[in-house]
Design a protein around this ligand. Structure first.
Ligand code: PMP
Length: 355
């Protein structure tokens, strides 16, 4: 064989750098918006029992029927809507984008936001347009509407609350956007457990609205389960692109049982929200730090020298996300996930030493 990757791989893929996940063994891990808590002991026993009973020799239930009905009951999914499951919500972003990536089709989002909207558009050969947020990370609604009219996007992705800024855009702006959009609007509610605001109850009002969720931030990141909800005729098309066994049997069984046990994860989310308030005030009181209000399980902050602070924290075994260089308005910004009180204290102490 004489061909090299340059000869055969699409140039836009050759030009990509892959999504980088830094090694984290032995670190206080505050970089990936994980819930810092284990499941409560009683639920871990349930998980062990469920895992014991799973037939690992068989393929999973391709329709994930039991898990879907548990999700419908526990997540207030409107009965008339369709429901599609993904191996993480990033797989759902991929499914939606793959389906809509006709030649010349445009995917639109705001920037800075979740980088996968852009990356997956590139994977699928779609055109991507990012509309900048204002310097304070608020939505420039006028600019967004102008871009929507000009670009005629097949789909608009909006993270609600937004990552990496953590803020929640005004519901009236999102509603006006959904009404003005010529195509679909995906409201990505990955951080809804910490914000308490959702478009799920409003799905019946808008035929072009999709609500996307994940269990990752709620405490089940290892299971990789995302779901999206919207008008049945749209979900039926997306379902065709879902690989038949994308949700493995352990995920199906464990997620259903944990969700049935209801309040445990939501209680952890409430603890995280209380810690977010405490850490926010601690950071706001630090000389040289600008911290932004967040409705998610992380905080965005600006420091005098983010690369130095990032490296200093890392040297003390604390991993946060360095966003310096990712976007002009993220200059000298770090993103820190809310951890346990002890982890947060360790972060605050080391950061204050570094300033
Ligand atoms: N949407 C947003 C806004 C995110 O920040 C993330 C994860 N960082 C995801 C989706 C993907 O989550 P997952 O694939 O774990 O469901």
């Amino acid at each position: 064989m004489s061909a090299s990757p340059q000869d055969l791989v699409r140039p836009e893929i050759m030009a990509l750098s892959g999504y980088h996940v830094p090694p984290a063994a032995g670190m206080i891990k505050l970089d990936a918006m994980e819930n810092p808590y284990h499941l409560p002991e009683a639920l871990r026993d349930v998980v062990a029992e469920v895992a014991y009973g799973v037939s690992l020799n068989r393929y999973p239930d391709a329709s994930a029927a039991k898990l879907k009905s548990t999700l419908r009951e526990t997540m207030q999914i409107p009965e008339a809507c369709g429901l599609v499951l993904g191996n993480g919500s990033d797989e759902l972003i991929q499914i939606v984008t793959m389906a809509l990536a006709k030649p010349g089709a445009t995917i639109l989002s705001i920037e800075p936001s979740f980088v996968m909207y852009r990356m997956i558009a590139t994977f699928c050969g779609a055109r991507y347009v990012g509309v900048p947020l204002r310097e304070d990370f608020s939505l420039d609604f006028g600019a967004l509407l102008t871009a929507v009219e000009r670009e005629n996007p097949a789909v608009i992705f909006i993270a609600y609350p937004n990552n990496p800024s953590g803020n929640l855009f005004a519901a009236e702006d999102i509603e006006a956007l959904i009404k003005a959009a010529p195509g679909l609007v995906v409201i990505d509610e990955a951080y809804t457990p910490f914000a308490g605001k959702s478009f799920m109850p409003r799905l019946a009002e808008f035929k072009n609205l999709i609500v996307m969720r994940t269990l990752s931030k709620l405490g089940l990141a290892a299971l990789r389960l995302g779901y999206m909800v919207g008008a049945k005729e749209w979900m039926d098309e997306f379902e065709k692109l879902r690989l038949p066994y994308n949700i493995n049997s352990l995920t199906q069984e464990i997620a259903a049982r944990v969700l049935e046990s209801g309040a445990a994860l939501q209680a952890q989310a409430e603890t995280i929200v209380a810690e977010r308030t405490r850490v926010y005030h601690e950071l706001a009181g630090m000389q040289g730090v600008k911290v932004f209000r967040s409705q998610a399980n992380f905080l965005l902050l600006r420091v005098p020298d983010a690369p130095m602070a990032f490296n200093g924290l890392k040297a003390r075994q604390i991993l946060v996300k360095n966003l310096h260089g990712a976007h002009p308005i993220l200059d000298n910004c770090l993103r820190v996930t809310i951890g346990t009180p002890a982890e947060n204290d360790a972060f605050l102490n080391v950061l204050s030493e570094l300033l």
